[in-house]
Design a protein around this ligand. Structure first.
Ligand code: 0O2
Length: 275
């Protein structure tokens, strides 16, 4: 196939990957802005390289004309979660969306691959708007924990190095490592609530500080500078106490003062900046 033709075939997939990455990253943002724990930690995306497409077509005996129907992972999204429990939450979230339709699912958590590979895969239909009109295409979403991703990345590199002919001693080590990953995920799940609490508090503090500094900055423009300096000193004092409740109280009081001057911080939960 000519290079130009590959480009035009892959172009909508590039758009789909970009859009999907933005949408999933926005889920992280929405959670964090609302002081909520995000089940998604990281999102990455890629369009399969031409050489990797050709290799898979050959391996699976797929005629090139059937490529778009039969190859489900030309567009690929990888969602990384902190805990195994988050994987199901994310899968549910995807099921409920109106802008993507789930075609099929593969649960390699319940049914680990012989290699030791664990991950949750969803194939979705997703429509992009192109110059030629709307185009419905398929994308693969892989959802896994950081630990599972670590294992899969290493194993993938070794598969590439040994070209499917992995020496038994390496395969054995990978199997042992896969067991260790299962234990690690289990251990992390057992302290999940404590970790989530700590992360929520830290996110809440970060949102409060952002809001307070915005208010102080706005007040500085609108009210008595000496008063604002005093507020700033008080903020630093409260901040140094590391007491979230004190910080919340200070935030509420400052909000009332700022309201009086119509200098409230721009709503972090949605509305854009005022002109
Ligand atoms: P790449 O380079 O990641 O794009 P198959 O290729 O037949 O194994 P199938 O039936 O198309 O896969 O779907 P499946 O099993 O859901 O696998 C699709 C993708 O999952 C693979 O894409 C890998 O990314 C990942 N994957 C599946 N099995 C393994 C495994 O044992 N180890 C690792 N590291 N990753 C795996 P590609 O096309 O193989 O490659």
């Amino acid at each position: 196939m000519e290079i130009q033709l590959w480009r035009s075939i892959l172009c909508p997939y590039e758009l789909a990957v970009k859009e999907l990455v933005v949408k999933f990253r926005h889920i992280i943002t929405e959670h964090r802005q609302n002081d909520l724990y995000s089940p998604i930690e990281q999102v990455r995306g890629r369009v399969k390289s031409v050489s990797s497409i050709l290799e898979k077509l050959h391996r699976k005996n797929i005629p090139i004309e059937r490529m778009e129907e039969e190859m489900e992972d030309i567009a690929g999204i990888r969602i990384i979660c902190q805990f195994e429990e988050d994987i199901e939450t994310v899968a549910d979230l995807i099921q409920k969306r109106t802008d993507m339709t789930v075609k099929s699912e593969k649960n390699y958590l319940k049914h680990m691959k012989q290699s030791g590979y664990r991950s949750y895969h969803l194939i979705i239909y997703y429509t992009v708007d192109t110059l030629q009109g709307p185009k419905r295409l398929q994308a693969e979403i892989q959802i896994r924990t950081m630990a599972m991703n670590f294992w899969a990345t290493i194993e993938h590199s070794l598969q590439y190095k040994y070209k499917g002919d992995m020496p038994p001693h390496v395969a054995e080590r990978l199997t042992k490592a896969a067991d260790a990953i299962i234990s690690l995920d289990r251990e992390m799940s057992s302290v999940r609530n404590e970790i989530m609490d700590a992360q929520n508090s830290s996110q809440m503090q970060s949102n409060l500080v952002k809001d307070i500094l915005n208010n102080i900055e706005n007040l500085y423009k609108l009210s008595n500078k000496r008063e604002v300096m005093k507020i700033q000193d008080e903020f630093l004092r409260v901040f140094r106490t590391k007491d979230l409740q004190q910080l919340q109280r200070f935030h509420r009081q400052l909000d009332i003062i700022a309201e009086g001057y119509r200098a409230q911080a721009v709503d972090q939960k949605g509305s854009g900046p005022h002109f």
